[in-house]
Write a protein that binds this ligand. Structure first.
Ligand code: HOZ
Length: 431
C-alpha cells in the first residue's frame, strides 16, 4: 500500500495542528506509522487520500452505525441545510429528537441537547452536584468520559493510549474531588462509599466500558452500583455516549435492566454530526436553567443539521432485526478472531456487546483496566500494522472498542478474518 500522500498531508498538518491531528488517538503514536488521511467513506468502507480502501471498524469512533454516507441521512441533512444551518433558537425538530430519545430510553424523562459527549458528561455531573449539594464524583479506572478537568483521572481512551497519568493544566484541586475505583469491583466501590458516602454526588460509569478496549460489566456490577447509590443518596449516571443506540436501541440500561438517574448520549444520537445529550429524571432535569438554577448553555446546541442527521439515524434504527444483525456481525468477528488466535496458541480474548466488540492479546478474562494494561502491546502493534496493510481499519490503540455497522456484510467479515489469519501468523514470526 502506498501512503505517500498521507505522509505529505501529515507533515503539512503538523505545522499547523498539534501532532497533525484534532484528537490525540488519531496520531497513531502507540502503533507507529502514518495515519491514513481520509478522503471519503461509504457504507463499511473508508478511503484515504492515496486511494487505499479499508473495511472500517472505527466508524468515526461510534456514530456511523448505519455505515458511512447513508443516502437517507445525507438527504435529511441536505433538506435541513436548505432551511439554514444554525439559528441559535428553538426548532420543532429538537422536540422530535428529544421525543425519539425518550421513546427508546424511558429513563430520560427530560433531556438537553449539547454538541459533544464531553459537554454531556460535564453538564450531567454539574447537575448531580447541584441537586445533591455534594462535591465528590466516583468514576472507574479506564473509563473515559470526555476531557473535562475533573474526569481526566484514571481515564481510558487517548489518555491511556499515550500513557498520560493526568494532564498538566488540570489543577490537583479539580481531581481531588474525583474518586477512582476499579471497574467491575463492587467491593472497592462499597469501600469508597463507606469512606466518602455522604460527600459523593454521583457515580459515573460506562455501563459497557469502551475506552479501555471493550470490557462488559460482570453480572451484578451495574445493579450493585444502583443499590449503593440508593443506599448512600448518590445519583447514578450512565455514560452511554458509546453504548446508547449501539448495544441495544435502549442502550446498556435496557440490556442490563438497570435504571440510572441520569444518562449521557453522544455519537449515534448525532448521526455523524456533532450532537449529544444528557437527561434523566424529570425532577432532576427541572433544575437545569431556565427552569431551575443550574446553568448550562451552548450556541450550537440543537443544531438543525445535527438534529436532522440524528433523527433520521434513530428512525432507521427502528427497523426490525437491526440489533440482531449488528450483534451477529460483532459476535462473528469476535469469535472468529478468537478461534484464529487459539489455533496459533496466541493468548487472546474478545468481548462483544450488540454492535461493539474488542480484543486483547491477553489470555483473559479482562474485567478491569489493570488487566487490560497487561495485554501484549507489541503483539497488538504488529497485528494492527498487518491488518491495516491488508485493508482493515481498526482503532490504533488497544484501549478502544471496535464498531460494526449495518453496512458490514458477511463478505467483509470473511475478508477481515482472512486478514487476521495473516496478521496472527506474522505476529508469531516477529517474536
Ligand atoms: N475519545 C475518542 C475515542 N474513544 C477519540 C475520538 C477521536 O479521536 O476522534
Amino acid at each position: 500500500m502506498d501512503h505517500a500522500r498521507s505522509r505529505r498531508e501529515w507533515k503539512r498538518a503538523q505545522r499547523s495542528i498539534p501532532g497533525g491531528v484534532n484528537s490525540p488517538v488519531r496520531a497513531y503514536r502507540s502503533v507507529g506509522g502514518t495515519p491514513p488521511f481520509i478522503a471519503s467513506a461509504r457504507g463499511a468502507r473508508i478511503r484515504d487520500v492515496d486511494g487505499n480502501e479499508y473495511i472500517d471498524y472505527v466508524g468515526s469512533w461510534g456514530p456511523m452505525i448505519l455505515g458511512h454516507a447513508h443516502p437517507k441521512v445525507l438527504a435529511a441533512v441536505r433538506a435541513a441545510m436548505k432551511l439554514g444551518t444554525s439559528f441559535g433558537a428553538p426548532t420543532p425538530r429538537e422536540s422530535d429528537l428529544a421525543e425519539a430519545v425518550r421513546r427508546a430510553m424511558p429513563s430520560m424523562e427530560m433531556l438537553r441537547l449539547v454538541s459533544s459527549g464531553t459537554e454531556a458528561t460535564m453538564s450531567a455531573l454539574r447537575l448531580a452536584r447541584g441537586v445533591t449539594g455534594r462535591a465528590r464524583i466516583l468514576k472507574f479506572d479506564g473509563c473515559y468520559h470526555g476531557h473535562s478537568d475533573g474526569l481526566l483521572v484514571g481515564a481510558g481512551s487517548g489518555v491511556a493510549t499515550l500513557g498520560i497519568p493526568g494532564s498538566p493544566g488540570v489543577p490537583k484541586a479539580m481531581t481531588d474531588l474525583t474518586i477512582v475505583a476499579p471497574y467491575n469491583d463492587l467491593a472497592a466501590t462499597r469501600a469508597a462509599f463507606e469512606r466518602w458516602g455522604g460527600e459523593i454526588a454521583a457515580v459515573i460509569v460506562e455501563p459497557v466500558a469502551g475506552n479501555m478496549g471493550c470490557v462488559p460489566p460482570v453480572p451484578g456490577f451495574l445493579a450493585g452500583l444502583r443499590t449503593l447509590c440508593d443506599e448512600f443518596g448518590a445519583l447514578l449516571v450512565f455514560d452511554e455516549v458509546m453504548t446508547g443506540f449501539r448495544v441495544a436501541r435502549g442502550g446498556a440500561q435496557k440490556l442490563y435492566r438497570v435504571k440510572p438517574d441520569l444518562t449521557t448520549l453522544g455519537k449515534i444520537v448525532g448521526g455523524g454530526l456533532p450532537a449529544a445529550a444528557y437527561g434523566g429524571r424529570r425532577d432532576l432535569m427541572r433544575r437545569i436553567a431556565p427552569e431551575g438554577d443550574i446553568y448550562q448553555a451552548g450556541t450550537l446546541s440543537g443544531n438543525p443539521l445535527a438534529v436532522a442527521a440524528g433523527l433520521e439515524t434513530l428512525r432507521l434504527l427502528e427497523a426490525k432485526g437491526v440489533y440482531e444483525a449488528l450483534t451477529t456481525t460483532a459476535k462473528t468477528l469476535a469469535s472468529g478472531l478468537e478461534t484464529l488466535a487459539r489455533e496459533r496458541g496466541i493468548p487472546f480474548c474478545t468481548a462483544s456487546v450488540g454492535g461493539m466488540f474488542g480484543f486483547f492479546f491477553h489470555p483473559g478474562p479482562v474485567e478491569s483496566f489493570a488487566q487490560a494494561q497487561q495485554s501484549d502491546a507489541a503483539r497488538f502493534r504488529s497485528f494492527f500494522a498487518s491488518m491495516l496493510e491488508s485493508g482493515i481499519y481498526l482503532a490504533p490503540s488497544p484501549y478502544e472498542a471496535a464498531f460494526v455497522s449495518l453496512a458490514h456484510r458477511p463478505r467483509d467479515v470473511d475478508r477481515t478474518l482472512e486478514a487476521a489469519r495473516k496478521a496472527f501468523a506474522r505476529s508469531i514470526r516477529a517474536r
